[in-house]
Write a protein that binds this ligand. Structure first.
Ligand code: HAH
Length: 331
């Protein structure tokens, strides 16, 4: 029988690394849990385009350096998140000084310079990158999300992004990353996208499945089928941003003070079943990352309902292990 004195990443050492999203506060406030239980980290925001490169002629590595040094000091893997995304990317990337849309060549050049500067700074200290994040449209009738990257560069922007990333970071593992990955319609599009990229010779090494789930959705059958599909593409698979919200996505209730016993049990059961499934896919899965450390600080406290508390992670508000933690530790 395992107990909380055991390290989560140590228990999983023959399977995959165990990661957490961190920020400049949690590398201090959650340091003890991170060092004991996690051997990989991802910067929640600090390595996004707007954080690293707020103005054309200005890079800011202050916060990303703190995260990089935390990983190095504690011998942890560091995932890079993210180069090409429709969010948290400053306007100057897409518009010139006169507010005119830049050309395809200019945007590709901007991306190349950005990737080059970031890789020059961190080199092999970042072992993999989410090269493109969330390029697939959620609406059933459309395929690629209508973004400025797509509008300005055209449909080959993903291929170009992977080529640039590979040219500048030849030893990094390169991922396509997305959410709603277990929704049958979207999953078909994501699998098709990465399969086509690979078939066309893109230097893509893996697919990142965000796995932002809740205790009602997706169904475990859909999750299982998704791993069968993604696991058969001939690429590495990573779970990149896992959490299990207590609320269905469209549920806007904001009156819950603490989760019920049933909610905690449902969450623990889903974490348990999911990690059992991940272990079965250990040949293709080379990393599982949670999108946070403990329930006292997590992005779902603000999203999609402002100021609504949520409890999606493995450790509680007092940094104590939750039922879900014990279930994934004991197998
Ligand atoms: C993710 N989007 C992003 O990849 C990550 O960078 C951010 O910090 C948080 C979540 C997920 C997402 C979602 O679950 C629902 C709607 C839009 C985006």
């Amino acid at each position: 029988m395992r107990d909380q004195d055991q390290s989560l990443y140590d228990v999983y050492k023959d399977y995959f690394s165990i990661g957490a999203a961190v920020n400049i506060r949690t590398i201090k406030s959650h340091k003890d849990i991170l060092i004991k239980h996690f051997n990989s980290i991802t910067a929640e925001n600090e390595m996004k385009f707007e954080s690293l490169h707020p103005k054309m002629d200005q890079y800011d590595f202050t916060n990303s350096d703190l995260i990089y040094h935390f990983a190095r000091t504690n011998n942890m893997e560091l995932r890079g998140h993210t180069f090409v995304w429709h969010n948290q990317t400053p306007n100057w990337v897409f518009e010139d000084k006169n507010k005119q849309r830049v050309s395809r060549e200019t945007l590709l050049q901007t991306l190349e310079q950005h990737v080059s500067a970031v890789v020059y700074r961190y080199g092999e200290g970042i072992y993999c990158w989410d090269v493109v994040n969330e390029a697939v449209e959620d609406r059933k009738t459309e395929y690629l999300r209508d973004t400025k990257w797509l509008q300005i560069i055209g449909e080959d922007y993903l291929m170009k992004a992977f080529e640039i990333a590979h040219k500048k970071a030849p030893s990094a593992l390169l991922f396509y990353n997305d959410y709603n990955e277990s929704n049958p319609e979207k999953r078909k599009k994501i699998a098709n996208l990465v399969f086509t990229l690979k078939k066309n010779g893109a230097p893509i090494h893996g697919v990142g499945l965000q796995c932002h789930w809740n205790i009602f959705d997706p169904s475990f059958d859909d999750i299982k089928r998704s791993f069968e599909i993604y696991g058969s593409l001939g690429l590495k698979v990573q779970v990149t941003e896992m959490d299990i919200s207590m609320f269905e996505f469209s549920d806007r209730r904001a009156d819950l003070v603490k989760p019920t016993v049933e909610m905690i049990e449902k969450q623990a059961t889903l974490y348990e079943k999911a990690f059992k499934l991940f272990r079965e896919y250990k040949e293709v899965i080379n990393g599982v990352t949670l999108w946070g450390v403990a329930d006292d600080e997590n992005w779902l406290d603000h999203f999609p309902v402002r100021d609504r508390k949520n409890w999606p992670l493995l450790f509680d508000e007092n940094h104590e292990p939750k039922e879900a933690f014990y279930r994934i530790l004991q197998f």
